[in-house]
Design a protein around this ligand. Structure first.
Ligand SMILES: Nc1ncnc2c1ncn2[C@@H]1O[C@H](COP(=O)(O)OP(=O)(O)O)[C@@H](O)[C@H]1O
Ligand code: SF4
Ligand SMILES: [Mg+2]
Length: 334
């Protein structure tokens, strides 16, 4: 186990150690190991990207990070604090500092409530200030995310998808969070407005000193916005490092395959002609492959890969990987 950062540097806002999240299947006959032993720290003020195919456990990590679900094992600390050890009332107020935004703004907004009422709701629940102060804060948040003045009096169905997602962001901002988990927040939006919403996230981060955990299956999105990225496969991290380093020198065959499937931007040895096709589907997290979980789809798999789980190793400063052969000189294709 990696030592838990004592937070002396004040640099760590979230520490995750040996995190496991399990679910029972609906017939209660089997256990889904959705997250199965993940370690990382999120640094204050950064954007930490998590990428991986659908079903790899990204949303489950996101929900655990803000304590929408309880870890089955392992530890999550918020700036050195164990939120689960707080008394109930303090736990409730603590949670306001750690928010999550999901993909579908329609699921987050009540169609029968005006935009202003939706944005006011968390302020009212938290009993912040007077009624007039709350309204001022809600309107300011709507203004900050670039929505027109009269939007507060409208209903969700009168807004575009991008506008609705801006409302959801405004609502998360009213409680002045320290960290926001953004789970596929632009996936449901038109290509044409994704850039605008991503730029909004970047602007808000600069203005408000926010930290983001940015979850996506889209490599272009994550590399656009993140300082560091973690690559997730079947409940585990397989690689973690500075975005530029991971995209230019991917160490794990899964990361290499993800990168080679991208039309741009590519490290030279992965450009056209050396596209690595990912074979088959992601296996079930109910009964994952022994040893290295990626071995059933890995072009470099050896007998050792079925026998032994690769260790999580810091192969270069700040660049972590879980593959037995990551330092092999002939490893990267071509
Ligand atoms: N509440 C739940 N009950 C049972 N299985 C779940 C539940 N939530 C997620 N899972 C399973 O856990 C795995 C990871 O899911 P998820 O975290 O949503 O992945 P991702 O966000 O990367 O697509 C999937 O196999 C999914 O079916
Ligand atoms: S440990 Fe083996 S199977 Fe897993 S990624 Fe490395 S080479 Fe492939
Ligand atoms: Mg998800």
């Amino acid at each position: 186990m990696m030592p838990l950062a004592p937070d002396i540097t004040q640099n760590t806002i979230v520490s995750v150690r040996d995190l496991e999240v399990r679910f029972q299947t609906s017939d209660r006959r089997a256990t889904v190991k959705a997250v199965d032993g993940v370690n990382f720290d999120v640094r204050r003020g950064e954007t930490f990207g998590i990428i991986g195919e659908s079903g790899s456990g990204k949303t489950t990590i996101g929900r655990a990070l803000v304590f929408l679900l309880k870890p089955s094992a392992g530890a999550i600390r918020h700036a050195g604090i164990d939120p689960l050890a707080l008394p109930r009332k303090r736990f409730q107020s603590h949670r306001r500092d750690y928010q999550i935004i999901f993909q579908d703004p329609n699921a987050a907004l009540n169609p029968r409530m005006t935009i202003l009422s939706s944005v006011l709701e968390p302020l009212e629940l938290a009993r912040v200030g007077t009624g007039a102060e709350r309204e001022w804060q809600a309107r300011e948040a709507l203004d900050r995310v670039g929505l027109p003045q009269d939007v507060g009096e409208r209903y969700p169905h009168q807004l575009s998808g991008g506008q609705k997602q801006r409302v959801v962001i405004a609502r998360a901002l009213t409680l002045k969070p320290k960290l926001i988990v953004c789970d596929e927040v632009v996936a449901a939006l038109d290509m044409s407005i994704r850039g605008d919403v991503l730029n909004l996230f970047a602007d808000l981060q600069r203005e408000l000193g926010l930290t983001y955990v940015f979850i996506t299956h889209d490599l272009a999105v994550v590399s656009h916005i993140s300082e560091r990225i973690a690559v997730m496969y079947l409940g585990r991290f397989v690689e973690l490092g500075p975005t530029e380093r991971v995209s230019e020198h991917p160490l794990h065959p899964y990361t290499q395959a993800l990168l080679s499937a991208e039309p741009r931007p590519l490290p030279s040895h992965l450009r056209e002609g050396s596209r690595i096709m990912l074979q088959g589907e992601i296996p079930s997290p109910i009964d994952p492959p022994s040893g290295c979980r990626f071995r059933t789809r890995c072009a470099h798999a050896q007998p050792l890969c079925a026998e032994k789980t690769p260790e999580w190793r810091e192969l270069h400063p700040d660049h972590w990987v879980a593959c037995h052969f990551a330092e092999h000189p002939n490893f990267a294709p071509n």
